[in-house]
Design a binder for this molecule. Sequence first.
Ligand code: NI
Length: 194
Amino acid sequence: MNNDLIRKAEEYIQVLFEGNSDGHGIDHSLRVLTNAMEIAREEPGADLELVALASLLHDADDHKLTDTKDNANARDFLKENNVEDDRIELILSIINSVSFSKNRGKIPDTIEGKIVQDADRLDAMGAVGIARTFAYGGKNGRSVDDSIGHFHDKLLLLKDGLNTKTARKMAEERHEFMLEFLSHYDSETGSPES
Ligand code: NI
């Protein structure tokens, strides 16, 4: 694994996401990297460098952040750093297989895609998932109650859609914590059990 290239990718997204406050910034991408490497260590056959680069760059062309076409940010970074063309295509296809909006429920067909998708989903769960939900909701004019609704519509369903055994194990505590949060929220607000 080319650690120099990984470090450069970290620096690249640091600049790219400067000032972003809705929970999709640099911290998210670094946590996806950490989650993905943890999963990849347990899942045989994954190319760790592809996993690392796709993790770091997975939101570089996200439509919520930018209006680039055809993964232009990620592609330019990889080209400028002399990654071979076939590796670039592999990384971009992993990134595209992870995006929820581009795939609506389709399972990635490579182990690297499965790992990065799981890593991204894990970061939408647990304490971090709760924090990100309200940060994103606030920035997009969503009420607290609407954000609570998002747990039921999406976040509580994530656990059952995970691809790898390792991620399913990592998700257990995060899922339980979200349920506990919602139950406290309901009791403090006097809402019926949701
Ligand atoms: Ni993401």
